[in-house]
Write a protein that binds this ligand. Structure first.
Ligand code: 3HC
Ligand code: NAI
Length: 704
């Protein structure tokens, strides 16, 4: 490995280059090298100032997150020690930023005496997304430099800002102009500081904090503002407390408070869960048979077949990413309806102030509606999103096979049909893949990439690449009934329905699931999606439904009563005109009680704990089968599926991480107990049993 820190001279300025690929994480060797380089420069009478910059594609992604669990993060020089050394340097230190400067990679610059950046550099403190607070002075120095409210926004959202905005706010002192060299500009700034004798430090600033002291209500208001978004998360509130400490306490006390809070958060289960999700997202890109050298097709033109609920949303995903997309329909009226829906969706975003009218028009201009099926022949990828009907899909793929370019990717958005059977009608099954979007497709971040038996590594690699470009989290799964996501959903929803037959009510179940951290419970979700949709799916699946996937008849009865959910103002709950708030309905309760009687079930009080365990452990159990059957390569992929597909609380790390955290043996023992009482559909999966017996975890499980 090459040296992570280099030292060169430019006149009287010592230029320190950080070089720790791939992201210049501030790991121990780098920290040690930087400490030594600074110390050597301080001892050298010919050096009057320093510039710190980085090689590679970014300044730094911050602390080395992998060191958190090994204890190396605490080894001297720690990041706070190094940062203090920089701030206290009697010779000015100027930092030169490019690419990305986040976390500790932003906190280190905050302690320098001046900051220079290339326009477009992403600068910020994303620690909150890892369940921690910035732990190297970020919460103390940032508000001093840019003001309390902008600092709260940046730290609590974790979203980086670009260098232009950082310059406006006073975080960046100088932007590099076109044609200028970053390091040269930084050297000039360092020379100017030497000449002026100035040594500006963020810690010495108080003007912007003084303004905030005049508005003590600011913090309560901020807490109220984030309450919905941050429900259940600990770190956002810990971040606010740290910024509050910056305003109320002397700098060193604030710094100590921040450090204490950081250390506490770092060892919390929430942070472990969120770090797990961070690495899970990166791990999901490693797919059997696909390597860094696997060729991929860069998608420049797309086509979507069918402009219904899914097709329209998928077309928007491409347009949002700047990729031109053709959408075809079978008839003009359907095409007009679909395009109207797309326009309406964009208009709603504009009305909420989240998109400019100009951007809406430029996105719409990228979507070309057409009835000419053959016009999709020049697309790099075609995604079929027509009705869920095997004969229709086979017909479409036969036609695609005749007109698409040989290297084009032919994808289906089917939610339950056999991708291999669809691929088999083409002369190039290796080009066929399932791209299973979740509804609403333009919003939900999960993209289940269904690998057919013959799907080529190049197609998978291209699909993974595409998922990132369109802002999705792509997770590769194999072919099976309902694929991984919906397959795990069934037992969860099934248990919820059985629980109401046994004595619970929809409002109790939804409350328990909501309090666990999901955005809504299974019944509220059913009402949102439409009970008619679920009914149609059940009709379609009826002939092939495995016996263990029996469902309660109550859902069918609601459908027969015309209770389709929010769209009809009545479903599992009742809804007031114009409101989405579910209200328990006595009519539904009567139906439930009657159904229990008809089934000969004596209703009983059901505890919240039983509700949670029946619903969640059933889905974990199905996840274990999905792994065992090789449908998914690793448990963390299933965690991503549930976080991004169904809103499983990120701070619990996903269902399989959750199972590990409560103990696989506990999950197994509970399932065994449920199995004895309730029968087949709660039979523990063989993998669950094996892991429990061997003291294993889902995290450590690898396919044999
Ligand atoms: N520590 C350790 N490894 C890291 C890392 C970090 N801070 N940031 C990225 N990596 C690793 C990734 O795991 C990945 O490894 P892999 O190739 O083995 O899978 C590799 O670096 C490349 O990362 P990405 O694929 O994510 O690269 P991108 O170019 O897509 O994204 C990035 C770059 C936006 C910087 C993104 O990596 C990122 O968001 N990183 C984390 C940033 C962060 O949260 N920093 C805060 C760290 S905590 C901290 O600083 C504590 C301090 O306050 C005390
Ligand atoms: P939809 O009924 O809203 O849309 C289907 C569209 O396809 C209709 O507009 C129809 O006119 C059009 N169409 C039919 N035949 C066509 C043809 N020969 N050429 C071009 N267009 C044609 O259905 P939806 O919900 O959008 O589902 C589409 C696919 O996506 C299905 O395979 C479904 O299983 C899958 N899916 C649906 C999800 C959902 O939540 N609705 C979620 C994930 C996948």
């Amino acid at each position: 490995m090459s040296d992570p820190v280099r030292f060169d001279r430019r006149g009287a300025v010592g230029v320190i280059t950080l070089d720790n690929p791939p992201v210049n994480a501030l790991s121990l060797p780098l920290r040690t090298g930087l400490r030594d380089a600074l110390a050597a420069g301080l001892d050298d009478p010919e050096i009057e100032a320093f510039v710190i910059h980085s090689a590679g594609r970014m300044f730094s992604a911050g602390a080395d997150i992998r060191e958190f669990d090994t204890g190396v993060a605490g080894e001297s020089p720690t990041l706070p020690e190094l940062i203090a050394q920089i701030e206290d340097s009697p010779k000015p230190v100027v930092v030169a930023l490019h690419g990305t400067a986040v976390g500790g990679g932003c906190e280190l610059p905050l302690a320098c005496h001046a900051r220079v950046a290339v326009p477009g550099t992403r600068i910020g403190l994303p620690e909150v997304t890892l369940g921690i607070v910035p732990g190297a002075g970020g919460t103390q120095r940032l508000p001093r430099l840019i003001g309390v409210l902008p600092a709260l926004e940046a730290i609590v959202s974790g979203k980086p800002m670009d260098a232009e905005r950082a310059h406006e706010l006073g975080l960046v002192d100088e932007l590099v102009m076109d044609g200028q060299d970053l390091v040269e500009v930084a050297v000039e700034v360092a020379e100017r500081l030497v000449e002026s004798g100035a040594l500006p430090k963020a810690r010495d600033r108080d003007d912007l904090l003084a303004e905030a002291r005049e508005q003590p209500e600011l913090f309560e208001q901020f807490r109220a503002k984030i309450a919905r978004r941050a429900r259940g998360f600990e770190a956002p509130y810990a971040c606010i407390e740290c910024v509050e400490a910056a305003v109320q306490r002397p700098f060193d006390e604030g710094l100590a408070f921040e450090r204490e809070t950081f250390v506490r958060c770092r060892s919390s289960l929430q942070s472990k869960a969120q770090r797990h999700v961070f690495f899970a997202e990166r791990e999901a890109r490693r797919v059997r048979g696909v390597g860094p050298d696997t060729a991929k097709l860069t998608i420049q033109r797309a086509a979507v077949l069918g402009c219904g609920t899914m097709g329209g949303g998928i077309a928007m995903c491409f347009a949002n990413a700047g990729i031109p997309v053709r959408v075809t329909e079978s008839e003009q009226a359907a095409l007009d309806r679909g395009m109207e829906k797309i326009r309406g969706n964009y208009a709603a975003t504009v009305a909420k102030g989240r998109l400019s009218a100009e951007d809406m028009e430029s996105r719409l201009a990228l979507i070309e509606p057409t009835l000419d099926f053959d016009s999709v022949s020049d697309a790099d990828i075609v995604i079929e999103a027509v009705f869920e009907d095997m004969a229709l899909k086979k017909d479409i793929f036969t036609r695609l096979d005749a007109i698409c370019r040989p290297d084009a990717i032919m994808a289906t958005n089917t939610s339950s049909l056999d991708v291999d059977e669809i691929a088999a009608v083409t002369s190039r099954p290796e080009q066929v893949v399932g791209l299973h979007f979740f509804s609403p497709a333009n919003v939900m971040r999960l993209l289940e990439i269904v690998r057919g038996e013959r799907t080529s590594p190049e197609v998978l690699s291209s699909a993974l690449d595409l998922s990132r470009r369109i802002g999705k989290v792509g997770v590769v799964v194999g072919v099976c009934d309902a694929f991984a996501a919906n397959r795990m959903l069934y037992p969860y929803a099934q248990q919820a329905q059985f629980l109401i037959e046994e004595g619970a009510l929809p409002e109790q179940i939804d409350r328990v699931i909501y309090e666990f951290g999901f955005p809504m419970g299974p019944f509220g979700l059913g009402d949102l999606a439409g009970l008619d949709v679920g009914w149609r799916v059940r009709q379609h699946r009826e002939p092939t439904r495995p016996k263990h996937l029996r469902y309660s008849s109550i859902a069918d009865r609601l459908y027969e009563m015309g209770r389709y959910g929010q769209k009809t103002g009545k479903g599992w709950f009742r809804y007031e005109e114009g409101s989405r708030a579910p209200i328990p309905d006595p009519e539904v309760e009567q139906l439930i009680v009657r159904t229990s009687e008809e089934l000969g079930i004596e209703r009983r009080d059901i505890s919240d704990e039983e509700i949670l365990e029946r619903c969640l452990f059933a889905l974990v159990n199905e996840g274990a089968r999905v792994l065992d059957e090789g449908i998914s390569e690793r448990a963390s992929d299933l965690d991503l599926i549930w976080i991004y597909g169904y809103g499983f609380p990120r701070y619990r790390g996903g269902p399989m991480f959750y199972a590990d955290s409560v103990g696989v043996d506990h999950v197994y023992a509970t399932m065994q107990r449920f199995h004895e009482v309730h029968g087949d559909w709660l039979e523990p999966a063989p993998l669950l049993e094996r892991l429990a017996r061997e003291g294993g975890t889902f995290a450590d499980w690898t396919p044999s």
